[in-house]
Design a binder for this molecule. Structure first.
Ligand code: S3P
Length: 419
């Protein structure tokens, strides 16, 4: 083995968004260390600045002087760029304001489904106008006192769950939310830290009496396991590679990838478990893993690894047998239609792939033909196929800027692991 490499991947995107959103609508001044300085999460900071919140960044530390729940009308349109989390969670904050907010994004975000949040927010009393088929831009005319809601979501989406809980802060009435499978729970964890009462029973969350956020904390954001996934896959595939990935978030609602790594025979170890901002964190050691099993992924594990499927599809090429994905229809409405993006690009490389409505079957293949990869400006598609390029395969990507939305140092880290 080469000398052990060490890396601290990009900070967690979901936790960074929430730390900015909750600090903005809290009473008190919070500082955020290791905030993710990437396009998506910087757009969230810009949005709250437009809504009148005092936010400064000094020496890499974000400082947010919360306004309490009620913000100021923005004098312009709020642009969330590429971020579904930004648009869906901030829509809920706007639903609780007595003024008009207009939210837009890039071409990808303007084509992502917003009905899933418009429906519950409208049911709670917000007026929301959209383009045809509930597409953004959204014009939201909110209310300071919304109505309560008992919402049984038919999709396991942390963004829908968060939108309902955030809007629930703007009512005293009963707010109950349930989902078919457990999705990432950072909103629940962080709301509790800010002093909001909530109870969780199985998959049902009920807001309690105190719905005001208070805090003067230092939030320290761990590394994003969804971003680490790409460089971990690179390490598992690169002969002689051995690397420690520091401070990875290992919240069980996010670690489906580690379960699949174990099933596939990826050689990894969890070291130094600790807690950071109420979340479980660990250093993870990954080693070159030459004998890989295929994966079979379906059912309730999906929300815990939904963003990691593109990276796993690259790992599948090096397994001994075909890998199968099912029940992953949600992938069709991510930053691109990820089932199509993965299948089309693998086919261009000469891989035999079968496309299903809700997944795919990938035949392993270490011999790949030269190809032009269309990323559809989707950061996770660009990062996945870049792994193959870093391993020496001959391919060109339609663009390499999209990783800036979540992992600005990605190419630097990939090069370091490949060196
Ligand atoms: C996220 C939730 C997931 C995930 C996204 C981030 C969040 O989306 O894919 O990257 O921070 O809440 P869905 O809620 O649409 O599943």
């Amino acid at each position: 083995m080469d000398k052990v490499k060490t890396l601290r991947c990009a900070s967690d995107k979901s936790i960074s968004h929430r730390s900015a959103i909750f600090s903005s609508i809290a009473y008190g001044t919070n500082t955020i260390k290791n905030y993710l300085f990437a396009q998506d999460t910087l757009n969230t900071i810009k949005a709250f600045k437009k809504l009148g919140v005092e936010i400064s960044i000094d020496n890499g530390i974000v400082s947010i002087k919360g306004n309490g729940k009620y913000l100021k009308e923005a004098s312009d349109i709020i642009d969330l760029g590429n971020s579904g989390t930004g648009m869906r969670l901030i829509s809920a904050v706007c639903a609780g304001q007595n003024f008009l907010s207009i939210l837009t994004g890039d071409n990808s975000l303007k084509n992502r489904p917003m009905k899933r949040i418009i429906e519950p927010l409208a049911q709670m009393g917000a007026t929301i106008l959209s383009r045809k088929n509930f597409l953004a831009p959204l014009a939201i005319f909110g209310k300071n006192n919304l109505s309560g809601i008992q919402y049984n979501s038919n999709i396991a989406s942390a963004q829908v769950k968060s939108a309902c809980l955030i809007a629930g802060l703007y009512t005293d009435e009963k707010v109950e939310f349930s989902e078919p499978h457990l999705s990432r729970n950072h909103t629940e964890i962080m709301l509790k830290q800010f002093g909001v009462d909530l109870t969780i029973e199985n998959r049902k969350i009920t807001l309690g009496k105190n719905r005001e956020l208070h805090g003067n904390f230092e939030i320290d954001v761990p590394a994003d396991i969804s971003s680490c996934a790409f460089v971990m896959v690179m390490c598992a595939l690169k002969p002689n590679c051995e690397a420690i990935f520091f401070d990875c978030l290992v919240n069980p609602t996010r670690t489906g990838i580690l379960k699949v790594f174990s099933d596939m025979g990826v050689n990894y170890e969890i070291l130094n478990k600790k807690a950071m901002c109420g979340e479980e964190v660990a250093d993870i050691l990954v080693r070159y893993s030459p004998n890989l099993n295929p994966f079979y992924i379906d059912g309730e594990i999906l929300p815990t690894l939904i963003d990691e499927i593109p990276a796993l599809s690259i790992l599948a090429l090096f397994a001994g047998k075909p890998s199968i994905l099912k029940d992953a229809k949600e992938l069709r409405v991510k930053e691109s239609d990820r089932i199509k993006s993965i299948v089309e690009n693998l086919k261009k490389l000469g891989v035999s792939v079968e496309e299903y409505e809700d997944g795919f079957k990938i035949q392993p293949s270490k011999k790949l033909q030269k190809a032009y990869i269309e990323t559809h400006f989707d950061h996770r598609i660009a990062m996945s196929f870049s792994i193959l390029k870093a391993l020496g395969y001959s391919l060109d990507l339609s663009e390499t800027k999209s990783p800036n939305t979540s992992y600005p140092n990605f190419f630097e880290h990939l090069k370091y692991l490949g060196s």
